[in-house]
Design a protein around this ligand. Structure first.
Ligand code: IMP
Ligand code: MG
Length: 208
């Protein structure tokens, strides 16, 4: 594998964040702090796509990208558009992992049907954030059991907590601290997914 530096999570410098906080013009009043500005996300998505494009050169036409709904909606849409030179199938998986609040995951459950006809396919799971690791563990075992040639995972964010760091994942956008974040697909009670950046939520915006 080449370009190994693109596969670990990036960490943003505080000076950069300060600058973007001032210039981000669509700052929502419920957001306490922008953790990952939209420009940083866009640059990182291109770098991840470059690494993925190289690694899956052998899998052309036998690559199945599985965005985990709903959190990876924006991330996956941007990521696959950065890979126009690869033939791939896109099949969704829906996993519910927490009850709509800012609490940590209480386990993962598959909702509805999982992707079909994975025999011999190289599966790339795309998720928004790696937290307890339950979602990735569950999907990896399901896809392996369905005969996938191999299963890898790409997450936009990984929390710097033991459970997340202990979970195998091949591609990571950014490593962030242990706090609840929203935006760029991530929600609180299904809100804030449309924000173009990732930020932390003001306490007043969280209902008990
Ligand atoms: P895991 O299965 O515990 O790794 O959790 C992954 C899922 O939990 C993500 O796909 C999100 O849906 C949800 N989640 C975990 N942490 C956060 C967060 O900080 N904000 C929003 N959703 C989160
Ligand atoms: Mg999710």
């Amino acid at each position: 594998m080449t370009g190994a530096d693109e596969r670990g999570g990036h960490t943003l410098g505080e000076d950069r964040l300060e600058e973007d906080r001032v210039h981000e013009d669509r700052f929502h009043e419920d957001i306490e702090r922008i953790l990952v500005p939209s420009a940083a996300i866009a640059a990182r998505v291109q770098a991840l796509a470059r690494a993925i494009g190289e690694d899956y050169g052998h899998a052309d036409g036998r690559l199945t990208v599985v965005p985990v709904m709903t959190g990876s909606l924006l991330f996956a849409a941007d990521l696959v558009r950065a890979l126009p030179h690869r033939r791939m199938r896109i099949q969704l998986a829906t996993v519910s992992s927490y009850g709509g609040t800012a609490t940590s995951s209480r386990g993962s459950a598959i909702v509805g049907a999982l992707p079909k006809h994975l025999e011999g396919h190289h599966v790339l799971i795309v998720d928004d954030i790696l937290d307890s690791g339950g979602t990735l563990r569950l999907l990896r075992s399901e896809f392996t059991a369905r005969g996938a040639a191999d299963v890898r995972a790409c997450v936009l964010l990984r929390k710097r907590i033991p459970s997340a760091l202990a979970t195998p994942v091949e591609y990571v956008g950014f490593d962030i601290g242990d706090e609840f974040v929203v935006g760029y697909g991530l929600d609180y009670d299904d809100l804030y997914r449309n924000l173009p950046y990732v930020g932390s939520l003001r306490r007043e915006a969280q209902r008990a």
